[in-house]
Design a protein around this ligand. Structure first.
Ligand code: GRG
Length: 304
């Protein structure tokens, strides 16, 4: 029975995540040596190695293993999804977009290197992501699978994915009458699309069937929305804490979020329902799905 609550699980998720984070950090570190012109490689490394949770690469590795593949087969793709994620954060933080000063507990890329180099660091990471998948995936993986991975990644981050979600998000800024449909569109594209690519690509590399790929897609769409709902909840609770400290100096722009539509309690329930639906998709994979089930639960139980 894979439907264990986090308390019942014998699987040690904290240890699993720590080990995989380390593997991913090492691979990412080796992916970008500093050569001439040093500045651009330093800027790329600054954000890539700034210590994210590595949820996306870990999901990619876990899915590949669930279908009998190895970590080595999926590591170049796992690195690529983290490079793509990081570049989207660098560009999202720019003054022309969200204009943020801090990310992953450090100054944002453009605050350290300037807008010009930050744009190029994002571009460099994006290009390297594709080069890395194409050149570093071990030869034992059928080339037609590598080609499918490249296509999936391209789709997930282009106008049909991240870029499309970001455009609708920018259009929605400052509006208080955003519908649930629009909010779902934004997060299906900004957050769920890349998570979907992570698990689908992990599956494809290990030879998952198209029926399995559809299950993975539904798993990722559900955890993607749950992830965003929890993000919104954490934003509210962190802001409330902050408000307590700074006696009401709330500088955050007003925007429509899940808690603003549903309230905190209802949002928590919806996130739990989505995680349950995600895990139900993994039922046919029995105990092999244990890490993926635990990761789905982690998404709703995390506190940062
Ligand atoms: C992809 C070509 C291209 C352009 C980018 C800027 C942009 C277009 C899209 C925005 C994407 C964006 C900022 C989505 C938000 C995703 C999200 C939920 C980020 C937080 O992820 P975590 O919590 O962060 O996994 P860490 O730091 O742990 O990795």
């Amino acid at each position: 029975n894979v439907y264990k609550t986090p308390e019942e699980a014998t699987f040690n998720l904290a240890l699993y995540l720590k080990q995989r984070q380390k593997l991913c950090d090492t691979a990412l570190d080796q992916a970008i040596p500093i050569i001439y012109p040093e500045k651009i490689y330093e800027a790329m490394r600054y954000s890539l190695l700034a210590g994210g949770k590595r949820v996306r690469p870990i999901l990619c590795l876990a899915t590949c293993e669930m279908f009998g593949g190895t970590i080595e087969m999926a590591m170049p793709t796992a690195c690529a999804v983290e490079m793509i994620h990081t570049m989207s954060l660098i560009h999202d933080d720019l003054p022309a977009m969200d204009n943020d000063d801090y990310r992953r507990g450090k100054l944002t890329n453009h605050k350290v290197y300037g807008d010009d180099v930050a744009i190029l660091a994002g571009d460099g990471l994006l290009a390297l992501a594709f080069e890395f998948v194409a050149t570093q995936t071990p030869q034992i993986v059928d080339r037609s699978r590598v080609l499918q991975v490249v296509a999936r990644l391209g789709r997930a981050l282009g106008a049909a994915g991240l870029v499309g979600g970001q455009v609708v998000d920018l259009e929605s800024e400052g509006k208080s009458d955003i519908s649930l449909e629009t909010l779902n569109f934004i997060h299906r594209h900004k957050t769920a699309a890349l998570l979907e690519a992570c698990v689908v690509c992990g599956g494809i590399l290990a030879g998952a069937s198209s029926e399995d790929v559809q299950r993975l897609t539904r798993y990722a769409q559900n955890i993607g929305l749950a992830f965003q709902i929890i993000d919104d909840i954490l934003d509210v609770t962190a802001t409330q804490e902050q408000l307590g400290k700074t006696a009401g100096k709330d500088q955050r722009a007003k925007k429509v979020t899940y808690p603003s539509l549903w309230g905190l309690e209802e949002s928590r329930l919806k996130a739990q329902e989505l995680v349950k639906a995600a895990c139900a998709e993994l039922e046919p994979f029995k105990e092999r799905a244990e890490p993926m089930v635990a990761i789905a639960h982690f998404i709703t139980s995390r506190n940062h």
